[in-house]
Design a binder for this molecule. Structure first.
Ligand code: ASP
Length: 357
């Protein structure tokens, strides 16, 4: 009798309601960063902290809105990065650090985990949002990586406005360059932190994307390019494994191939799991730890060589993970389970990293 009632209820249920019942709950996840570094809680005034938190929140909300409304991971990554490029607080777009010669030279990269299409630019001086130029290289050229004058000629051809170089310059960054020269300091001495920005996202269709944008390191010269625009070092996305964006001492991230290394190790772990007969028995919390473990192991490798910095990543299961070997990293994460948090120093997260339903 019970079965009969259940069957009857099913036949009477409108098709749309049935589809709704059957569809898995939407799951999305986003993580952002605004640079890692030797941040000192005592040196951070409440006003400064509030300004950074507000800027991170704005970026997080912009990306989360795209994902919550069913938009793509690629669009979410761009939506999150643009406000950080526009904010003078971060070392990307406006507020970029100065080169030795006193110019601002911008690097950016973006990657779509669905087909591993990627675009990157290095050393551009007149493009307001380099992340959009990187994406245009991805979608409207047959190339992955354009640099300098060539990248700007491409931008002009694709209709990008020419932004006057003064737009990018801020007094604080100029002062950092002057101090570096006067006191013969290294970029790490004057910056104390890396202000590169990045975002990684998993959308409701299970696609992932990653993007990173930076001005590089103060006093860079001879056309120095760090990891941020290099696919595999500062940015990587592969639907089979994860999406990663990095910030830190670029030379070390280049040598380790950080973003690809993390994705490659996770992919190998995932492949192993699918061939394990008892794969169904693995509980989701182990998967978070595995991704965290791999990210921490790769960051330990960076540290072992003498480098520092951090990474953000999302996984196909929706974990939003941070790993950094500095005292702090400007960061935030949001998931479909209602996580919405920004943090600066180590250990400030309150919520679980996973969108459990
Ligand atoms: N990774 C960037 C670079 O080396 C710097 C940063 O993260 O702020 O150019």
């Amino acid at each position: 009798m019970k079965n009969l009632i259940a069957a009857l209820a099913l036949t009477l249920m409108p098709a749309a309601a049935l589809a709704e019942e059957a569809a898995p709950p939407p799951k999305w996840s986003l993580a952002i960063h605004g640079g890692a570094g030797t941040l000192d809680p005592k040196a951070m005034t409440p006003e400064r902290r509030a300004a950074y938190e507000a800027a991170l929140q704005q970026a997080l909300d912009a990306g989360a809105k795209v994902l919550a409304e069913g938009g793509s991971a690629m669009d979410a990554v761009k939506a999150a990065i643009i406000p950080m490029e526009d904010s003078p607080l971060f070392n990307a777009g406006k507020g970029a650090v100065f080169t030795w010669e006193g110019t601002n030279e911008l690097d950016a990269s973006i990657m779509d985990g669905r087909d591993r299409s990627a675009g990157a630019v290095a050393g551009v001086k007149t493009v307001k949002n380099p992340i959009l130029l990187a994406d245009t290289v991805r979608t409207q050229s047959e190339h992955v990586f354009l640099m300098g004058a060539g990248a700007e000629a491409f931008a002009a051809e694709k209709g990008f406005a020419v932004t006057p170089p003064e737009y990018f310059a801020t007094p604080a960054r100029r002062e950092a360059l002057e101090r570096l020269k006067a006191e013969k300091l290294s970029a790490l001495d004057v910056d104390h932190k890396f202000g590169t920005v990045g975002a990684v996202a998993l959308d409701q269709n299970g696609n992932m994307a990653a993007g990173t944008s930076t001005g590089g390191m103060t006093g860079k010269r001879w056309g120095r390019v760090g990891d941020a625009p290099v696919i595999g070092a500062g940015t990587y996305a592969d639907n089979r494994a994860c999406a990663v964006s990095a910030t830190g001492w670029g030379e070390y991230f280049l040598r380790v191939g950080v973003a690809h290394e993390i994705c490659a190790r996770l992919r190998a772990a995932n492949e192993l799991k699918t061939v394990m007969a008892d794969a169904d028995d693995i509980d989701a919390s182990v998967l978070t730890e595995e991704a965290q473990y791999i990210a921490d192991a790769v960051m330990a490798d960076v540290k072992g060589l003498g480098g520092d910095g951090g990474v953000i990543l999302v996984t196909p299961e929706g974990h939003a993970i941070f790993s950094f070997n500095t005292t702090g990293m400007y960061r935030g994460r949001a998931t479909s389970a209602g996580v919405r948090e920004v943090a600066i120093f180590g250990g400030e997260e309150k919520a679980s990293a996973t969108p459990d339903h």
